[in-house]
Write a protein that binds this ligand. Structure first.
Ligand code: PEP
Ligand code: MG
Length: 586
């Protein structure tokens, strides 16, 4: 039997093995079918009936997906129900049927073409996305006209293979509980289908180009959502190999789920908090399922980077309030944009800079573009009414910048009070410590702010003069460099002594050994990519704070990163032999 291996993008981890179901691609047939003038009324009634059925299906899907994947994923159906009731769209359909004397199917395909034309003339990506939503709704009506049921579940669980999945299709099909895995020709990491699949724990590989052309219904498939591979009709030996990979992954996953529910306490009952770094509001449900106790860093730049015009206050507000509600009562720390330098923002026509890492980025850019910054701050303040939002400013280098932000914040607060808009009067205000100058000023900065967040990714790059993304010097990028550890220890000690909250939100917090060292320094809040939360929680739960503090204090007299690594690992293992997973699985 033929045996094909395809490579794609792994977007939802896990391994699936099973038979394939290929979903047909949704297209309007371009047939123009005339009707006799006397049938116009009946044709309109047929369309009405299809719309009614669509409405019922959408409402059903909305409540089903809300239950299975959380409210974030149900929003899409509110939008679709609104499109369905849109007067302009409905009267266009009626008009085409009546004036051209054609079947409703033709009217739908014409209206779809019209909307595609309109939306494509917009430069804004979010408008283009809306075209997809309109298409999604029209296709649903079309199917209902044809009396085609949404492909009823074939008996048994299958691996779904499709060219692409429209948002409502993804929600409808993936929430049925009979999908073992998902393989798509199209798609990227942040597509709706990918995000939903992650929330529902369905292993998924996208960007396979032509998987639909290579498989047929009933073929046997291996889908590896961890490494981004799809194997069609594998021989028994390959099948066995992946069956055991699946077993290993599934038991690891079970362990994660168990850990997510365990309290965040060290053996001597010191409480710590593991939080999530996220970039999309849709990541929230997954983060919570992995045990995130709030969002330690919301990288708000995604709001700017995913579109070609600037987001307005409502765009910001919608996202921040959604996050605050989803996390409540846990905190959500919203970082104002960290854009500029190498992260281009076409909407602002940022100049090319010779040395972007040292250029007009983050708070420097925000203070140069006051209107844009104001818009974001207003939205953050408005979304703070649930009292669980923290405001964080990146790349602070000098006290004057803090002063400027605080002034602006006070102005906006006064505005909101005058407008009688509710917000958190005592919204915690913090700064990132990621420039060495700010680190040296920790004690003075603490007089101005409520909390600190240490961005070790940048702090290490600036302190060691090693570009964090330059592979030629990556061997010099050492989070355990004694100079880095001494600096971070100083920041944490100073904050703890001042009784202030301090978080580490750089990658360092996600490394088990580094996290132990941070714990030893007195850190209690660790924020990281949510997929690393379980392993950090596991290692911190496996040790005694007192012991770690003692070992780490000793290690601060060592000379090199390697010495620190060897010493701490050896001493911790001597006291807690099970702190790290064997074989480097940590
Ligand atoms: C950091 O610098 O450590 C950080 C968390 O911010 P970013 O990675 O977004 O620069
Ligand atoms: Mg940074």
């Amino acid at each position: 039997m033929e045996f094909i291996r395809l490579r794609g993008i792994a977007v939802s981890p896990g391994v699936a093995l099973g038979r394939v179901r290929v979903t047909e691609r949704l297209v309007f047939s371009a047939q123009r079918e005339p009707i006799p003038p006397g049938r116009v009324k009946a044709e309109r009634a047929r369309l009405e009936e299809a719309i009614r059925r669509t409405r019922r299906q959408l409402s059903l899907l909305r409540s089903k997906i809300r239950k299975k994947a959380g409210p974030d994923h149900a929003f899409i159906f509110d939008a679709h129900l609104m499109i369905l009731e849109d007067q302009a769209l409905r009267s266009s359909l009626d008009r085409i049927i009546a004036s051209e004397k054609v079947k409703a199917e033709w009217a739908l395909s014409q209206v779809n073409a019209k909307y595609r034309g309109i939306f494509e003339s917009f430069k804004d990506d979010s408008f283009r996305q809306r075209q997809l939503d309109v298409y999604d709704v029209l296709v649903k009506i079309y199917r209902n006209l044809k009396q085609k049921r949404e492909a009823k579940a074939v008996a048994g669980k299958r691996i779904l293979v499709a060219h692409d999945l429209l948002p409502s299709e993804a929600a409808g099909r993936l929430s049925r509980g009979n999908v073992l895995g998902l393989a798509l020709d199209m798609g990227g990491t942040t597509s709706h289908a990918a995000i939903l699949a992650r929330s529902l724990n369905i292993p998924t590989v996208v960007g396979l180009h032509d998987v639909t052309g290579q498989v047929k219904n009933g073929d046997y498939l291996i889908l590896d959502g961890t490494d981004g591979e799809v194997i069609i009709n594998p021989p028994p030996a390959v099948r066995r190999e992946f069956e055991s990979k699946k077993q290993r992954y599934d038991s690891y996953r079970q362990e994660l789920r168990r850990l997510a529910r365990m309290p965040s306490l060290t053996l001597d009952r010191v409480r710590f908090r593991s939080m999530a770094n996220i970039e999309l509001p849709e990541e929230m449900a997954m983060a919570q399922s992995l045990g995130a106790e709030g969002v330690g860093l919301f990288r708000s730049e995604y709001l700017y980077l995913q579109r070609s015009s600037l987001p307005d206050e409502e765009d910001h507000y919608r996202v921040y309030s959604q996050l605050a509600r989803a996390a409540h009562p846990a905190p959500v720390c919203i970082r104002t944009i960290d854009i500029g330098g190498d992260k281009a923002l076409p909407q602002l026509k940022i100049q090319q800079e010779p040395n972007p890492a040292l250029g007009l980025r983050a708070i420097r850019l925000s203070l140069k573009n006051r209107d844009m910054f104001r818009t974001q701050l207003r939205a953050i303040l408005r979304a703070s009414f649930l009292h669980n939002i923290r405001l964080l400013v990146p790349m602070i280098t000098e006290i004057e910048e803090v002063g400027e932000v605080k002034l602006l914040l006070e102005e906006i607060k006064a505005e909101l009070r005058a407008e009688k808009v509710r917000f958190d009067e005592r919204i915690p205000f913090g700064v990132m410590i990621e420039v060495p100058a700010a680190a040296a000023m920790t004690d003075i900065l603490l007089r101005e702010v409520d909390f600190l967040s240490i961005g070790t990714n940048d702090l290490i790059q600036y302190y060691l003069a090693v570009d964090r993304s330059n592979e030629f010097v990556s061997h010099l990028y050492k989070p355990l460099h004694p100079a880095v550890l001494r600096l971070v220890r100083f920041i944490i000690h100073t904050a703890v002594r001042a009784g202030r909250r301090v978080t580490v939100c750089g990658e360092m917090a996600a490394d088990p050994l580094a996290a132990l060292i941070l714990l030893g320094f007195g850190l209690r809040e660790f924020s990281m990519n949510p997929i690393f939360i379980p392993r950090i929680k596991r290692v911190l739960r496996a040790v005694e704070f007192r012991t770690v503090r003692r070992i780490v204090a000793q290690a601060m007299n060592l000379r090199t990163a390697q010495e620190v690594e060897e010493y701490v690992t050896e001493k911790i293992l001597a006291r807690h032999p099970h702190a790290f997973l064997r074989g480097g699985a940590d």
